[in-house]
Ligand binder design. Structure first.
Ligand SMILES: [Zn+2]
Length: 230
């Protein structure tokens, strides 16, 4: 079955009842007047028909717009997100994807570069801004990911990110697996972490300070996290 047919049968048809949540309003990501199509009870599949952003991308977009990207180097842990139009304003915008088998730094035909957030190929202190949306909860060695963030960011540099909000932070037990939607794999991708408000105390270090900078918002109580290189 083709991917779009699979999506229609499993993603769209069972969720048509949520279409009543569809709204026409200005999208906070692309800033255009748009239809925000609703196909879920929460905010995850309420997407802008123009740019594809859902609530977490709209919240990230607002935080990114507060920054001056002129002369900045930006890394996004996603090869093609709705934030692309905004992040392209940076002097250097590196879109990345993860593959366990390909060598670090290899570049796909679409220009995306292979990176592992626990073993980045960038020089120390070379990045002004990192952006990721619902990526970090899938990284088994999350402490290592934050250590790499601290290494590659310039002093004052930021990693803005979202993760699915949870009540408290814990490594998810193997007997309680949770799979999230993955555009590359219909079986989904395993979440290794629940991340709650206590993550600021758990993962902040002398060189990286975590805090919530936006939210909570919406039915899913979404927040935007900021990890700042001190
Ligand atoms: Zn939009």
């Amino acid at each position: 079955m083709s991917r779009s047919l699979h999506r229609l049968r499993h993603g769209v048809l069972p969720n048509l009842r949520y279409l009543t949540g569809t709204r026409v309003r200005r999208c906070r990501c692309c800033q255009r007047f748009s239809v925000i199509v609703s196909l879920s009870p929460g905010d995850e599949v309420k997407r802008c028909l123009i740019c594809g952003a859902n609530l977490r991308y709209e919240m990230l977009a607002e935080q990114i717009r507060k920054l001056d990207l002129e002369g900045k180097t930006v890394v996004e842990l996603d090869p093609s997100s709705p934030l692309r139009q905004i992040l392209m304003r940076a002097s250097r915008y590196i879109r990345t994807y993860y593959s366990p088998t390909e060598p670090a730094g290899s570049v796909r035909p679409d220009g995306a570069r292979r990176e592992d957030v626990t073993d980045l190929s960038f020089a120390a202190g070379s990045i002004d801004l990192m952006v990721s949306s619902d990526v970090l909860e899938h990284v088994p060695n999350l402490e290592r990911a934050f250590a790499e963030t601290a290494r590659v960011l310039k002093p004052g540099g930021l990693h803005l990110f979202t993760v699915p909000p949870r009540g408290r932070t814990r490594r998810r037990p193997v007997e309680d697996p949770e799979y999230h939607r993955d555009p590359l794999d219909p079986a989904g991708i395993l979440a290794h972490w629940d991340i709650g408000p206590d993550a600021a105390a758990i993962f902040s270090t002398e060189t990286l300070r975590l805090q919530v900078v936006a939210g909570p918002e919406g039915a899913d109580r979404r927040v935007v996290w900021q990890a700042e290189r001190t």
